[in-house]
Design a protein around this ligand. Structure first.
Ligand code: FAD
Ligand code: NAI
Length: 476
């Protein structure tokens, strides 16, 4: 007789493992199936985020930033560095170690919360009956388990350029981009979105000459235009070459590297010759091997599992969360959905506020935002007031030696409710949390302006930007 579970989660990334933990906390007999393999063929819980996404990219961003500081900025602080060298193998090994610590951490959490883990591929077999859905687990051995509720959290994979599949030697997805064995002299990237900018920054700091080819005419179209302009200025200064409005043509990969035919915004034909090419043109929802047809699980034209606002699929008691469904492909969005679904299964009122999901791009300067951009408010005809404050006028930023960027508040013209906060500058990733809390509590810009912020701190720039909405900054 097959093992029976109240909840089976397919996928052990941030959407899946968090859903499994929350379901177990709520008293459900819970299983999680994940197929990711580490270098030795063993399990590596945490999905894309832990293995080839958020965690390793942030480890390399940190290491490469230290390297750049030691080489270019320590001297400003009166610190002399002689004989600076790069041990790339050690840097990558450290990154791998950080990944392993996170893999092990999740395995520990499963034990602690009594989540039963299966290492292998989970797939639907046949439509559910009263007892639940049969799920086949194909790992070292094969077995069938049955779950009353199924949560699909199978994530996403990198989208290749047509006619140029990833070989992870020359044409790299996010996976290969995080383990290049030697710093490429010339590195090309296609797509100047989040991965393009983060990975381009890592390899530029380590010494690559980086060129990014971006199809859209505007830089970072998703981001507030003023913030995107500030960021672009900083990236130009760093030597990150970004070509906008391009059309990428044939990509040829050979022993000497990769050759990319492209036309620029003026329609002139060009060729980019590089040692390695990272393709970061977005990701596609992943249902490979899930066998959704066997149960009639509905997918949309992009291959995403179709869900309603509560992550319910077209099948009773089958839910889906994270990158495999609509919405931003972010780890914390996946986690919030995972928690909400487990709580809904328990009859509670799980809730995800999509308007307060923050975004962070971990470049230098960091870019972070929550809520609406100025261009979105204009397009929607919303009347708003804007306030900005530059880090140039912030004492802590001067002491840090990083005064790039600004904080920007957008507040409703009539009610003063905060509609969006946009930050480009040092530690924007941490500063944005205050704005998220404020928006979740539907605070006004005056609320933030009246709150005492520690001096000297970068967060004072947030308070000053809130004051700027009412045109009464104190330090600018
Ligand atoms: P995933 O993390 O993709 O996990 C899905 C898991 O399911 C995988 O382990 C997969 O092997 C497994 N699986 C799939 N099918 C099956 C099956 N049939 N049976 C068993 N197992 C299966 N987001 C952020 O918020 N912050 C960041 O800084 C950030 N950085 C990123 C950097 C890079 C380079 C990349 C590529 C992504 C980054 N992201 C970041 C995005 C983030 O990684 C994803 O949004 C997040 O991982 C989605 O979580 P998920 O649980 O939906 O899917
Ligand atoms: P992306 O959607 O951020 O950027 C893709 C870029 O490629 C876009 O600017 C797009 O216009 C461009 N593009 C698409 N097709 C192209 C083509 N044929 N030629 C040239 N340019 C083309 O996708 P990316 O960078 O691959 O990342 C995927 C997702 O992973 C992100 O959207 C984000 O959700 C997540 N992620 C999050 C991070 C974070 O939170 N810090 C870090 C990295 C990834």
């Amino acid at each position: 007789m097959s093992k029976q579970f109240d909840v089976i989660v397919i996928g052990g990334g941030p959407g899946g493992y968090i859903a499994a933990i929350r379901a177990a906390q709520l008293g459900f007999n819970t299983a999680c199936i994940d197929e990711w393999k580490n270098g030795k063929g063993g399990p590596a819980l945490g999905g894309t985020c832990t293995n080839v996404g958020c965690i390793p990219s942030k480890a390399l961003l940190q290491s490469s930033e230290h390297f750049e500081h030691a080489g270019k900025h320590f001297a400003d602080h009166g610190i002399e560095v002689k004989g600076l060298g790069l041990d790339l193998a050690k840097m990558i090994a450290r990154k791998d170690q950080v990944v392993r610590q996170n893999n092990d951490g999740i395995a520990y959490l499963f034990k602690k919360n009594k989540v039963t883990f299966f290492h292998g591929r989970g797939s639907f077999v046949k439509p559910g009956d009263g007892a639940g859905y049969e799920i086949k687990v194909a790992g070292a051995t094969e077995e069938s388990i049955v779950g009353k509720h199924i949560i699909v959290a199978t994530g996403s994979t990198a989208r290749p350029l047509p006619g140029a599949p990833f070989d992870e030697e020359n044409i790299l997805s996010n996976d290969g981009a995080l383990r290049v064995p030697a710093v490429p002299k010339k590195l090309g990237l296609v797509g100047s979105g989040v991965i393009g900018l983060e990975m381009g920054s890592v390899w530029r700091r380590l010494g690559s000459e980086v060129t990014i080819l971006e199809a859209l005419p505007d830089f970072l179209g998703l981001v507030d235009e003023q913030v995107a302009r500030e960021a672009k200025k900083a990236f130009d200064k760093q030597g990150l070459k970004i070509e906008l409005g391009v059309k990428v043509g044939e990509v040829k990969s050979g022993k000497k590297g990769v050759s990319v035919a492209w036309t620029n915004a003026k329609g002139e034909a060009k060729t980019l010759e590089v040692d390695k090419l990272i393709v970061s043109i977005g990701r596609v929802p992943n249902t490979v091997g899930l066998n959704p047809e066997s149960v009639g699980l509905r997918l949309d034209e992009r291959g995403a599992v179709v869900v309603d606002g509560d992550c319910r699929t077209n099948l009773p008691n089958v839910w889906a969360v994270g990158d495999v469904v609509r919405g931003p492909m972010l780890a914390h969005k996946a986690e919030e959905e995972g928690v909400a679904v487990a709580e809904r299964i328990a009859g509670q009122h799980g809730h995800v506020n999509f308007n307060t999901v923050p975004w962070v791009i971990y470049t230098s300067p960091e870019i972070a935002w929550v809520g609406q951009t100025e261009q979105q408010l204009k397009a929607a005809g919303v009347k708003y007031r804007a306030g900005t404050f530059p880090f140039m006028a912030n004492g802590r930023a001067r002491a840090l030696g990083d005064t790039t960027g600004l904080v920007k508040f957008l507040a409703d013209a009539a009610t003063d409710e905060i509609l969006g906060v946009h930050i480009v500058g040092p530690l924007a990733s941490e500063l944005i949390a205050e704005a998220v809390v404020a928006m979740e509590f539907r605070a006004s810009s005056e609320d933030i302006a009246r709150i005492c912020h520690a001096h000297p701190s970068l967060s004072e720039a947030t308070k000053e930007a809130a004051l700027a909405v009412d045109k009464r900054t104190l330090n600018f």
